[in-house]
Design a protein around this ligand. Structure first.
Ligand SMILES: *Cc1c(COP(=O)(O)O)cnc(C)c1O
Length: 385
């Protein structure tokens, strides 16, 4: 018998069969009018998802591609940017900025904590040369949610852009781009959009777009000026990932039917149920301000995350993610993104319990599961999917 796998990694995430099948048909030609109609439909629905009137562009790349596109299109050589660095993906913003010859200034945030808006404000006051703030909405390596809305209140009235990596946040919790005044929102397919890997997205405010016209670093594939021209003709500058776009169209159709509010309530339920279960087991959450995309659990002393994950994978077919960078071995990460229902949280918790127990940690088996079930029973009525 084939092994049944349970994927709880924060990218890739489980994809609904209907969405997979939508991309499994014959390949249409991307320059034909029929496919332009598909692109047009997708673009309308993406505006709904990003909560913006602005165009949303997509590339055939992983999420990092759209992060690179943001940097390459918005700045000129040597310009200064402020990078919120509180995890692996904050570090990535800094690495991209350095690669492109920018001058990044860092707000270093202890891993597990959210950035304090006041600190960002102070940096902006002391460094008037800063042209943008680069931040994650959800820092996937630590499970922290940064206060994006408060940051936008700071950047809004200044000649400073707020560039938000929402690769694990868009569609999971509210990030109304226009209403909050987010200048750039970046997303990726295999995380919060619950699709296979291979698509990235970027939307820019008018304020950000004016920089694209007047500035920019060397760029070719990621040149947004070319994409804009193609956009006006309902196509893309280069060959798009057609199969993934067909899957995306299917997924966006269901998101529209469900509505963003219910979608956000769904993720809120899953993440809260998981946190309740974890706490009931006497374990600690790693994030002080936990996000809805995933739960990061601090492991007790003596429990190695790598070993725990190996037992779960090999014996039970459950795949959690381990810690990245300095968190290697110290945490496990359980995602709520993708095609999951509330009872999948219960499965994840049961795996955590049995795994810890196998490692000799005195866990009261069933305690986390029981608490999560109670929580779900109480709340699921309100958000039944
Ligand atoms: C996964 C992730 C990325 C990188 O995305 P890739 O698709 O792996 O390139 C960047 N930022 C955040 C917050 C992520 O979760």
């Amino acid at each position: 018998m084939l092994k049944k796998w349970h994927l709880f990694t924060p990218g890739p995430v489980p994809v609904h069969p209907k969405v997979l099948l939508a991309g499994a048909g014959p390949i249409p030609h991307h320059r034909l009018p029929e496919f332009s109609a598909v692109i047009s439909e997708i673009r309308q629905d993406l505006k709904y998802l990003f909560q913006t009137e602005r165009p949303v562009f997509f590339f055939a790349s992983s999420g990092t591609g759209a992060m690179e596109a943001a940097v390459a299109n918005l700045f000129s050589p040597g310009e200064t940017v402020l990078v919120v660095r509180g995890g692996k993906f904050g570090e990535r913003w800094g690495e991209i900025a350095e690669t492109y010859g920018l001058n990044p200034i860092y707000v270093d945030v202890p891993w597990g904590k959210a950035v304090r808006p006041k600190e960002v404000e102070e940096k902006l006051e002391n460094h008037p040369e800063i042209r943008a703030v680069l931040v994650q909405a959800h820092e996937t390596s630590t499970g922290v949610k940064h206060p994006v809305r408060e940051l936008a209140e700071i950047t809004r009235s200044r000649d400073v852009l707020l560039v938000v990596d929402a690769i694990s946040a868009l569609g999971v919790y509210p990030l109304p781009m226009d209403e909050w005044g987010l200048d750039v929102v970046v997303a990726g397919s295999q995380k919060s959009l619950a699709l296979p890997p291979g698509l990235s997205f970027i939307a820019l405010s008018e304020k950000a777009w004016s920089r694209v016209e007047s500035e920019g670093l060397p760029r070719y594939y990621f040149d947004l000026r070319r994409e804009w021209k193609a956009y006006e003709k309902d196509t893309t500058a280069y060959t798009p990932a057609v199969s993934l776009l067909l899957s995306l169209r299917e997924s966006l159709k269901h998101i529209r039917e469900m509505g963003l509010e219910r979608l956000f309530a769904h993720y809120s339920l899953l993440s809260e149920a998981c946190r309740e279960g974890v706490l009931a087991l006497g374990l600690k959450l790693f994030a002080e301000e936990p996000c809805e995309a995933l739960t990061v659990i601090e492991l007790p002393d003596g429990v190695d995350g790598g070993k725990l994950n190996r037992i779960l994978r090999e014996k039970y077919g459950v795949i959690f993610a381990g810690g990245q960078g300095k968190l290697k071995g110290r945490v496990v990460r359980i995602t709520h993104m993708g095609d999951q229902s509330p009872l999948d949280v219960v499965l994840a918790l049961s795996a955590l319990e049995i795994g810890l127990s196998e490692m000799g940690y005195p866990v009261k088996m069933g305690a986390g599961v029981s608490r999560a079930l109670e929580y779900i029973k109480e709340k699921a009525r309100e958000v039944s999917a």
